[in-house]
Design a protein around this ligand. Sequence first.
Ligand code: PAF
Length: 281
Amino acid sequence: MLQIEEMRLIKTVKELKTILAAATGSVGLVPTMGAIHQGHVALLTKARSDCGTVVASIFVNPHQFNIKNDYLNYPKNLSTDLEIMENSGVDIVFKPNIEEIYPNSFTTTVNVKSLSDRLEGAFRPGHLDSVATIVIKLLNICQPNFVYFGQKDIQQLLMIKRMIIDLNIQTNLVSIDTVRDKDGLALSSRNNHLTEAQKQSALGLYSSLKSASNLSRNGEKSANKIKSEMEQILLSHNLDIDYLAICDSETLDEVTYINGAALAVIAAYCGNIRLIDNMLI
Ligand code: PAF
């Protein structure tokens, strides 16, 4: 195990590689864009219990934002992030600047066909390609034994899982359940932008997913019937729906008939804040 008494803040690939070369236990990587909340803490805690050395990256990846203002307004609070990371037992924070990750000569994009083009991909063209590209870069830089992602971004998770298999990347992907607040709202850095009234409205996502799960548990097999119930709940909460789908839980192909586990997925706007959530039903 790498003996690090104090958490270290590393900014360059070279320095990170040098430190990790001395690590003898397993290395766990938790990729983040900062704005750390309890969902990230759950990932960090899991990494801490699994691995000898825990690396957390903080990099607000400009390429994965479709709207410039969304990137510029992405919540940033480095000192709080570092404090939470230290309290969660992180050994190394990797916080590169943009030029370190994307030098002028940078030109490659990774595309995980079909898994990155539908749902989020249809509404945010190129977003998931940019996520795949930064994640593979972080994996190559850090070469972790384990890498950790939350199930809230389910399409991101399934896409990265596919990419790791397809490209023979030597790491184990660990996923953990979505962390929700006491009312069921899935934790997200974007929740920081919600007003109290919008938070009430945002609960419509969880209510509609719960109702889908109840309907399915009670034997409803028609995806259309479940979707129309979900839609009513979302609309009654003043949410503006981007997509609402019942999908295969691995391929994200839409299903019309529920046979075994299916995934209900939603993206909706609450005011001008875009929220996503999902549930196995
Ligand atoms: O889920 C996120 O925070 C980001 O998409 C990730 C995986 C850190 C890549 O920038």
